[in-house]
Design a protein around this ligand. Sequence first.
Ligand SMILES: CC(C)(COP(=O)(O)OP(=O)(O)OC[C@H]1O[C@@H](n2cnc3c(N)ncnc32)[C@H](O)[C@@H]1OP(=O)(O)O)[C@@H](O)C(=O)NCCC(=O)NCCS
Length: 159
Amino acid sequence: MRKLWLGPHGLHVEPAEPGDAEELARIHAQGFFRGWSREELAQFLEQAECTMLVACDARRRLAGFILVRLIGDEAELLSIAVDPKWRGKRVGQALLRAALDDLLFSAARRMFLEVDERNTAALRLYRSNGFVEVGKRKGYYPRPDGSTATALVMAADLG
Ligand SMILES: CC(C)(COP(=O)(O)OP(=O)(O)OC[C@H]1O[C@@H](n2cnc3c(N)ncnc32)[C@H](O)[C@@H]1OP(=O)(O)O)[C@@H](O)C(=O)NCCC(=O)NCCS
């Protein structure tokens, strides 16, 4: 059965494909100080414990992606990024909801993630989807100016 979730603005969410690696790297680099290469993203696509979903239009032009790793009954949100021109249009919501929905068919009972405590958009996204703070990691993220940022560890029960 093909997995597919409807998204906003005529977009939909579906599993990533090996040929997406280049585009995924472009979107990742626009969202994070240390972008992942095409090769690194291609490796995630090959890992059985990882699920990568993309938000895209009917011509499969990508607007964003989410990457989740499942180990036992714990899922970890490894990355989520939306193309800057699509941000603030509920694409992040659609990706996270699709990933959470997908996990209902798995053994996962809890999902964890780390987020820069100053990342307002991401914090709103996670809080509105049931994530609560369960820990803090000081000095976790390197910043372009050489300083570091604190990560919040968040978790959500998947029921
Ligand atoms: C975080 C990110 C994935 C959110 O995706 P998005 O499609 O822009 O978000 P959405 O439009 O679905 O909005 C999700 C929530 O964030 C809020 N939000 C979106 N952009 C915001 C902004 N610039 N400032 C404050 N809140 C914002 C929305 O209001 C919404 O909150 P609500 O559900 O309480 O109304 C996106 O901003 C991004 O790619 N950032 C760079 C990469 C990143 O930081 N990833 C997270 C790492 S942990």
